[in-house]
Design a binder for this molecule. Structure first.
Ligand code: GLA
Length: 731
């Protein structure tokens, strides 16, 4: 595989199939970044260090060390000795000093990809040709006795580069890690645009782009979750980058809690891009002999625009991050009762929905919030995971058996990390909520958060959830998390360790999900956080799908799903057909359009089927058939973004092409009708240019090269919010 060390020039070269990453050692001690870009066989790049060589160069660097430190392209910059840009590492010693200078010590190359303890991490694939290699470079500050291990992993079949950092206290005194990012990348500015993902509840992951200008651009979360508002993703793209052309450098964080991602343009036109755990409020005590591992950052370089970046992320996550046995299978079509009933349901109502849905081809009933304790509204009972037998007469097993008897699977909703102030659990254990003594606990959606930094609370919370799952034939769990963290404080941490709170909370969540999958290996898990507030690679390690957004309006979903699919495979996007008018925005849209947009994700329903008209039910039968017909293609194929409603304000279009290029599905959503316009040209991608393709709906045959270069002419659909599925099959 592609990692080597050139002894003569002291250069590390990491080659993936299409990219090269180069690092060098300046003055025998400073690890510098030299190059990241298109693949090169040569690594003769000492000149890229810009420091010159020999004694004269060393002398000049020493006499103005501050100047040197502030301009050198450090592979992993530390705070305190003249590099005034944003550091990757800031560490305090027992004397209160924050000075660290990392010198190169050695390296190791492993023919594998080590896991991280207690955290999500990429892994070598199971198929031939998916092997991994890892480079570990050790840097050391001899005064502090601190070792920093920089880890770089690659996979045979991927252009992604996985980075993480491990700190080891090799000295005799305690060290305090105040900031320890997972990756930094120093480059020359190339007229970069910065692309990030922003939003809020029901408007998640909208793509934003702006020019990189002097100073810092930060996206971050301090909410204890990767958040709706900003996502742990950042890409730098050269001017004019499109789906097909331009250089793109992207980072995505394999983590679900607080993060920071930063781009800094300095006075020398250098750009430092970095990502990792958010340093605000963070401090990790490193006792002598102890180590600390950061989560991973995925780095992707594309020389062919955003499209290739997207493909690299999608393939990486499918082959090297998502572990679920359901990754490559068609998921059962669910009907979720949340927007159908909210809290107002009982066993008979649910069975009636299941029965009617079954007739249409739906395969699983998911019982959402409201089945436990006295939970008749969102003001109580989280933590009381005992079935409410007034609602579910005869208990959970009886309901599940009845639903199974209708030929439907059964799934259930939990919010395991939460505790309502009005709950038996809180009355018994008021100290289990996250809080600061003497302060009123801050509510979010009327609820508090369990202190998952404490092992006994993790054990209790896990056990109550597992007990319910053990009690009946439950085949799917929706794991929700409906409020951010505040009042960070734990009765289990002393003042010296309180800065570890947020990261320890995430470790508690990961531990619970790991245990769940180990005990119930056949369970289909879907993560959720008030919609898509925790749609991140960390969660994908545990669940093959994540609820994309509570907003199922098909027009709103266009931008949400475009931003999501920029990085994440379509097979991970939880998507349902909603009630009309839509509950989040009130829009009235054709059922076909709601279905076509949902078919881009996992597909399902979130409405009361018993209230549908006969005509709507007949349509649902067709949609379910379409799901079975197209889902293999949608789940496994290559995704292409053809047009963006976010950009053009008129229409949206995406395409999925089978890996062997024998078929493709194009989804066209015409948000606005334009009078006088007859048709619109859709330039397809990824087809075999030499082959002919038949459009199934009309029987017309087109040359692959025509469809890609001249485009397909889609007739205007009369009226707003129309949509079409176009299925092309190779002749
Ligand atoms: C969150 C989820 C919804 C639903 C509700 C239930 O908002 O995103 O899908 O499960 O919680 O309270």
């Amino acid at each position: 595989m592609g990692i080597r060390f050139d002894e003569k020039n002291k250069i590390f070269q990491i080659n993936t199939p299409n990219t090269t990453y180069l690092m060098g050692i300046a003055q025998g001690k400073y690890l510098g970044h030299l190059y990241y870009g298109k693949r090169m066989e040569s690594c003769d790049g000492v000149y890229l260090m810009r420091t010159g060589t020999g004694e004269a160069a060393e002398h000049s660097c020493r006499r103005d060390k501050v100047g040197f430190m502030d301009s050198f392209y450090f592979e992993y910059p530390a705070w305190g000795v003249g590099d005034y840009r944003e550091p990757g590492l800031r560490v305090r010693d027992e004397g209160g000093h924050r000075v660290c200078e990392l010198h190169y010590e050695g390296y190791e190359i492993m023919e594998s990809k080590p896991a991280l303890s207690g955290m999500p991490a990429t892994f070598a694939g199971r198929e031939p040709g998916q092997g991994a290699q890892t480079l570990i470079i050790t840097l050391k500050d001899a005064v502090l006795g601190l070792k920093i291990l920089l880890k770089y992993s690659i996979f045979e079949d991927s252009d992604a580069l996985i980075r993480s950092v491990e700190a080891v206290n090799d000295g005799e005194g305690k060290l305090y890690l105040e900031k320890i990012l997972s990756a930094c990348l120093d480059m020359d500015n190339d007229g970069f645009d910065l692309i990030t993902l922003h939003g809020c509840w029901a408007r998640e992951r909208h793509i934003a782009s702006r020019k990189v200008t002097e100073g810092k651009h930060t996206v971050s979360s301090l909410r204890g979750e990767s958040s709706d508002q900003m996502k742990p993703f950042m890409a730098l793209a050269t001017d004019g980058t499109s789906q097909k052309s331009g250089d793109v450098y992207a980072m995505n964080f394999v983590y679900s809690g607080n993060f920071v991602a930063e781009t800094q343009l300095d006075y020398q036109e250098g750009v430092r891009m970095s990502m990792g755990l958010h340093p605000d409020g963070f401090e990790w005590v490193l006792e002598p002999g102890a180590k600390f591992e950061t989560p991973e950052v995925v780095l992707v370089y594309s020389d062919q625009g955003l499209g290739k970046m997207t493909h690299t992320f999608h393939e990486l996550y499918k082959n090297h991050l998502i572990r679920s046995k359901y990754l490559h299978s068609k998921r059962p079509i669910p009907i979720n009762n949340w927007e159908a009933t909210y809290f107002d349901f009982d066993d008979d109502k649910l069975v009636a929905i299941a029965k009617e849905a079954k007739k249409l081809g739906v395969e699983m009933l998911v019982m959402d919030d409201g089945w436990f304790g006295k939970r008749n509204n969102d003001e109580c009972a989280l933590g009381d995971w005992q079935v409410n037998e007034e609602k579910l007469k005869g208990g959970l097993k009886s309901l599940v058996d009845r639903v199974n008897a209708e030929g439907m699977k059964f799934g259930i909703w939990f919010e395991p990390e939460m505790i309502s102030p009005d709950s038996d659990l809180y009355r018994a254990h008021p100290d289990w909520a996250i809080q600061v003594p003497g302060r009123e606990i801050t509510m979010g959606r009327c609820q508090y958060v369990l202190d998952l930094t404490r092992q006994e609370i993790v054990d209790y919370a896990y056990e109550t959830v597992a007990k319910v799952i053990r009690s009946a034939n439950i085949e799917y769990v929706k794991w929700d998390m409906n409020r951010p963290l505040a009042d960070l404080g734990s009765f289990g941490l002393d003042s010296a360790h309180m800065g570890e709170f947020s990261h320890r909370y995430m470790l508690g969540v990961y531990q619970m999900q790991e245990r769940l999958l180990a005990e119930f290996p056949d369970l289909l898990l879907e993560n959720c956080s008030g919609g898509g507030g925790r749609f991140d690679p960390g969660m994908l390690y545990y669940s093959p799908q994540i609820w994309t957004s509570d907003d199922m309006d098909p027009v709103e979903r266009l931008s949400i799903q475009e931003g999501t699919a920029l990085i994440y495979p379509l097979s991970t996007m939880g998507a349902h057909i909603c009630v009309c008018p839509n509950h989040s925005v009130g829009r009235v849209t054709p059922m076909e359009t709601r279905a076509h947009v949902a078919l881009a994700g996992t597909f399902g329903y979130e409405l009361d089927v018993t209230k549908l008209s006969e005509e709507e039910k007949a349509k649902a039968v067709v949609f379910n058939e379409e799901y079975h017909k197209y889902n293999d293609l949608v789940r496994e194929g290559d995704y292409y973004r053809i047009a963006s409603y976010r950009e053009n304000n008129l229409y949206d279009c995406w395409q999925v092409v089978s890996r062997d290029r024998t078929e493709c599905l194009v989804t066209y959503v015409q948000v606005r009708f334009e009078t006088q316009k007859k048709s619109r040209r859709l330039k397809l991608c990824g087809l075999d240019p030499k082959a002919a393709y038949r459009l199934e709906e009309t029987g017309a045959v087109y040359a692959g090269e025509m469809l890609m270069n001249a485009g397909f002419l889609q007739d205007m659909i009369f009226g707003d919010y129309g949509s079409r599925l176009l299925h092309f099959i190779k002749e």
